[in-house]
Design a protein around this ligand. Sequence first.
Ligand SMILES: C[S@@+](CC[C@H](N)C(=O)[O-])C[C@H]1O[C@@H](n2cnc3c(N)ncnc32)[C@H](O)[C@@H]1O
Length: 322
Amino acid sequence: MAIHNKSHHNHALMSINKLRKDNKFEINNVTSSDIEKSTICLNIMDCCDFLKDIPDNSVQLICIDPPYNLELEAWDVYDNYIEWAAKWLNEAYRVLSNTGSMVIFGGIQFRDVKSGDIIDIIQYVRNHTKFKLINTIIWYYKNGMSAHRYFANRHEEVIWLAKTNDYYFDLDSVRVPYSEEQLQLALRDKRLNPENTRKGKNPTNVWEIGRLNGNSKERVGHPTQKPVEIIERFVKALSYKGSVVLDFFAGSGTVGRVCINEKRHCLMCDSSFTSIDYFNKHIKLMKDLKQNTAYNSTKNSEEFFEQINGRLDKNERYAAVG
Ligand SMILES: C[S@@+](CC[C@H](N)C(=O)[O-])C[C@H]1O[C@@H](n2cnc3c(N)ncnc32)[C@H](O)[C@@H]1O
């Protein structure tokens, strides 16, 4: 019996096609502003306390790499993982703007299901929130641990959730260039739009990006530091210049580093003081790469929003209070 391709019955595709028809799929329905400097806030506190002070609909992208109860580190132990995760997932939904997205790194724990993993998060999100699951990205890497009792793991999952169907997505900013040979072939393919073909190909939802080895030049010392390249792709595609990106499990602050380079404002928090040293190491590495490291630093989220909304500068604020 023939197997029919049912992708046109897929609800996500159907709603995207409807948006296209209604001419709503135009990405740049947002005001992107080429800011001179990013504003950065890195607070050392619990994520749930940090989130409480962030206004509704104020964030374009949340990019997080949460702890998963693996008990590898002191910060990675929770009695009831999903009950805890539900608190920040609900807050995340509240603070996102209507064009906003949330990206969550995770893995699937095959052996021990008592802990939380990305499947538990997807299940919670589907059953208890209005988030829309847009993509599951397979982050594939060739370097990893060896194994003898199972196939060695070479991928991690990253889910992309949107608050509404009006999510911002700038595919052109992350297209992958074709080789000259591939380009000539693709230009002959009548199904492809030649204008888009010349811009490069869709990176698809399988991304091959090396994990950071112990001796990687990018390493600043955080045990679960993520590569700049993978964060960069999310920041470029799902946020725009001058918009606000949030990471409430900042770790070394890789998201903040990318935001400075890509001219986004960034709110971060982590429960550990070591984050500050790690972040300073990122800045030093950026300087070594001759990247622009100028940014405005703010002491909390309230000051952060005052600064980016240009309401009052710090001196005026104190003058107004006094
Ligand atoms: C997986 S790491 C993030 C690594 C980061 N993506 C990077 O590239 O460096 C998770 C971080 O969450 C922090 N963390 C754990 N529980 C937290 C909590 N309740 N509130 C805030 N941060 C927390 C840990 O200190 C740890 O640095």
